[in-house]
Write a protein that binds this ligand. Structure first.
Ligand code: E4P
Length: 286
């Protein structure tokens, strides 16, 4: 396989799939999970069907089992575990979950949404050396806020721009990744860009070209990469833009995170969907 500087993570919620992909690639740097992926886990689906839903405690126990099974299979990019966060979930509530989840495995990263409360939680987390992955990032302002909120972190921090979901609304999602990389080039390097919501091989190759520090990829795209002989982007590689360009903004990173305009409709919708998928695994009486 050709060499890439980009670390490759699997975007999934099933350790058997992790094993298969690790065999296919010969390595796997890490994995990201989220509430929708956990709801699709075969064991969780079986339990939900046979017990008419899980209690909150059982759901957590299943999530932990999944993460514990994945953890030893992956490398130092770790396993990202997402807190349950609704629109009105406070940073304190997220932090309580994070402290517990961070003890599950030695290579845990905690996922918080790019919202005000998520950023507050991240700010405090890095202070207590909890590694974080800021998810549902759809704008350069949000990425700038992640940088500012976690400045001085002694542990790795990831920000996850969601490429495919921006394509879905007619914007060229990979532009956001390129813009964040460009903006961070003027910074101190404490936040790594983890390209997420990857839907096809072309997006994956473009992330390699941009030299994003990390990319999280669903199994079917990695299957496609393998089927095509693990191609790498060469001098002739041209990315077919998926929508209208996302323009670069000049944003100074040396300001408080509260100064940035972090609202984004897709972040709100993403939280709504994760919440709905999580709730669908719970019993009515929970
Ligand atoms: C990232 O960590 C998310 O799990 C993921 O990439 C979301 O991708 P989707 O837009 O295909 O759901």
């Amino acid at each position: 396989m050709a060499h890439t500087k980009t670390k490759i993570l699997l975007d999934g919620g099933d350790s058997e799939e992790t094993q298969r992909i690790k065999r296919l690639l010969g390595f796997l740097d890490g994995q990201t999970t989220n509430p929708s992926l956990i709801a699709k886990n075969p064991e969780v689906k079986k339990l939900v069907a046979s017990e008419h839903g899980l209690s909150v405690r059982e759901q957590m126990a299943e999530y932990r089992k999944i993460v514990e099974a994945i953890s030893p299979l992956v490398g130092d990019a770790g396993v990202s575990i997402e807190v349950f966060a609704e629109e009105n979930t406070t940073a304190e509530d997220m932090l309580d979950q994070a402290r517990e989840m961070f003890t599950w495995v030695p290579n845990a990263f905690i996922k918080y949404p790019c919202t005000r409360e998520g950023l507050r939680a991240a700010e405090q987390s890095v202070g207590s050396e909890i590694r974080v992955n800021m998810t549902l990032c759809f704008s350069q302002d949000q990425a700038a806020a992640v940088y500012a909120a976690t400045k001085g972190a002694k542990v790795p921090v990831y920000v996850s721009p969601f490429v495919g979901r921006l394509d879905d609304i007619g914007e060229n999602g990979v532009d956001l990744v390129a813009n964040i990389k460009r903006m961070y080039a003027a910074g101190d390097g404490h936040v790594a860009v983890l390209a997420a919501s990857i839907r096809n091989l072309e997006q994956l190759l473009y992330c390699f070209l941009l030299e994003t520090e990390l990319v999280t990829v669903p199994a079917k795209v990695l299957d496609d990469w393998a089927r095509n002989g693990f191609p790498m982007p060469d001098g002739d590689f041209k990315y077919t833009a998926a929508g209208k360009p996302i323009l670069y903004q000049e944003l100074g990173l040396d300001q408080p995170w509260q100064n940035f305009d972090i609202q984004h409709e897709l972040t709100r919708k993403g939280i709504e969907k994760f919440t709905a998928d999580y709730r669908a695994t719970l019993s009515q009486t929970t």
